[in-house]
Design a protein around this ligand. Structure first.
Ligand code: GAL
Length: 545
């Protein structure tokens, strides 16, 4: 086991997480792993609107769009360093002079979809304006532009504080009459480690930090449903920022951050608008964030919710069909996103950035392959974008990289220059080895199988792995992967594999197997024996006869 995967295995096992976000993220897209292209792996910051449009045209003209590659994703460096006068993000004013909305329309007219990128931080990884704290306005902008894929990075992130403020009481103010009602801390119901502290300056409730306690005001009475100002009286303490979750009537959650303080007065006021219903209301104060992992989960889910809200509102306002946005979480696996990503978005990066080098492809595979049980329809492990055709990967390595990503039900986001597949006379270079790999429809069918199951490694001796992936109609895919630098003779028992609980197909004495790179079809009664080239794979689609 490599050093990286030993670390990773340990990380997978040592879990402490409070899981502060709600239901599965359902936006009816990414029901199979998303397929498309991204500008990052090859072009980095050297992008402009012509390159993006030419790529979209090449995807269409080469037939790759028909193979399923539909998302044309602009990664970092599309933004101007200036937001516009309304505080909205805008495309780089010289490299995207016609704006992103115009580009989206042109890409759409080719039958393709435009994707875009930002960071869950104050700046992107390339230090351009980003979306932390600006989720609503940025989601509205993307919805208005017709964006359909959104990758959300993690550079310049500021985690949510695990500290909660000390609460000296609350008041509720009617926004129409300015009538104010005060609720004393003695009327609050305390739970967990929450307790009342008798301080000479201000009596207050303490013990709400790191999800350790809560205080609930159960008797907040208003005559009419509507918007009210909640003023929280706080006992100022400490220079660190504080965070508070406000849960109203068990359903509506408001999250608010309070600045650190050096001010001379002991108490202060923090205000937030909340919606109350006619009659009695319950307002619960606590801080659900107990770790960096909780913080990331909350911050990503905030953006996920804004994207859903924004596309819905845009469609309603403009009387058009809603364009849901595939939400791609990219925090490099740091905060165990496989544990919470399905509640925040559609896919989550599980590892650091891929490089067009064999050790990188292999290291990412070793980690991602262990996470099979977290992937599924609408929520995918993302071992990063493809490097097929980039760098010095050999033909066998490119094939293996693509095959492993197909087996792992990974998003297939191309990272190469697809314009090269179109010859100067306009015809498609169908003999281009990279093109042949990326357009193999039988491999793509394994990736796009409707069951949406990531393969499982059922056998390994360290250098040789056997992977299986259940497919529709009782079929399954078997991949023999040789990581070594020399030819390997590999074998497996199809009887054994077909009756493995993960595959769940009954055993048989006859299997029809299709080798998906050579396209050979054979009938086998049990044992499959073959040679696998160095750093190579053999992949079979198996039918039980
Ligand atoms: C990294 C991310 C890459 C790429 C890059 C852009 O954090 O993992 O895939 O998006 O930022 O700056």
């Amino acid at each position: 086991m490599s050093k990286f995967s030993a670390f990773a295995q340990k990380a997978v096992n040592s879990v402490k997480f409070n899981n502060p976000i709600g239901e599965i993220y359902d936006n009816s897209v990414a029901l199979t792993p998303p397929m498309g292209w991204s500008s990052w792996n090859l072009f980095r910051n050297k992008i402009n609107e012509d390159l993006i449009y030419e790529t979209a045209e090449a995807l269409k003209d080469s037939g790759l769009a028909d193979c399923g590659y539909k998302y044309v994703n602009i990664d970092d460096c599309w933004q101007s360093s200036m937001r516009d006068k309304n505080g909205r993000l805008q495309g780089d004013l010289s490299s995207f002079p016609n704006g992103i909305k115009n580009l989206a329309e042109r890409v759409n007219s080719l039958g393709l979809k435009l994707g875009i990128y930002s960071s869950n931080g104050t700046l992107t990884c390339e230090d351009l304006p980003a979306s932390l704290g600006k989720e609503a306005i940025d989601a509205d902008t993307f919805a208005e532009w017709g964006i359909e894929y959104f990758k959300y990075d993690f550079c310049h992130n500021i985690p949510i504080s695990t500290s909660a403020p000390k609460i000296g009481g609350i008041t509720v103010t009617d926004t129409k009459t300015y009538e104010e009602t005060e609720y004393n801390i003695d009327s609050a119901v305390l739970s967990g480690e929450a307790e009342i502290i008798n301080d000479k300056h201000l009596r207050y409730i303490s013990g709400l930090s790191s999800n350790s306690g809560a205080c609930e005001f159960k008797n907040i009475y208003v005559r009419e449903s509507g918007e009210y100002i909640l003023t929280i009286i706080v006992r100022k303490s400490g220079r660190n920022e504080k965070h508070l979750d406000i849960l109203v009537n068990g359903t509506d959650i408001y999250r608010t951050d309070l600045p650190g303080t050096k001010s001379p007065t002991p108490d202060g006021k923090h205000q937030i608008k909340i919606k109350l219903s006619e009659g009695e209301n319950n307002v619960k104060l606590y801080n659900s964030v107990a770790s960096r992992r909780d913080s990331a989960a909350v911050q990503y889910s905030v953006m996920g919710k804004e994207l859903k809200r924004a596309t819905k509102e845009y469609a309603e306002k403009n009387g058009c069909e809603e364009k849901p946005i595939v939400f791609s979480i990219c925090e490099w696996g740091r905060n165990f996103p496989w544990q919470w990503g399905s509640k925040a978005g559609n896919l989550w990066r599980t590892t650091p950035d891929i490089l067009p080098k064999w050790f990188s492809v292999l290291g990412i595979y070793e980690f991602n392959v262990m996470l099979y049980k977290y992937s599924g329809i609408g929520s995918w492990n993302d071992p990063d974008m493809l490097e097929v055709g980039n760098g010095n990967l050999t033909y066998e390595e490119n094939k293996s990289h693509f095959t492993l990503w197909c087996m792992m039900a990974a998003p297939l986001i191309l990272g190469n220059d697809v314009r090269k597949f179109i010859k100067s006379d306009g015809s498609v270079d169908i003999n281009n080895p990279t093109y042949k790999i990326l357009s193999n429809k039988k491999l793509i069918a394994v990736n796009q199988d409707k069951l949406g199951i990531q393969c499982r490694r059922v056998k390994t001796n360290g250098a040789e792995d056997i992977l299986v992936k259940p497919l529709e109609n009782g079929e399954f895919a078997v991949c023999l992967f040789n990581k070594a630098g020399s030819l390997a003779r590999m074998e497996c028992s199809l009887k054994e594999l077909s009756s493995h609980p993960f595959v769940g197909v009954y055993s048989s004495n006859e299997f029809e197997i299709n080798e998906l790179w050579s396209d050979d079809i054979l009938s086998v009664s049990d044992k499959l024996e073959t040679t696998v080239p160095p750093h190579g794979v053999k992949i079979y689609r198996v039918k039980v006869m």
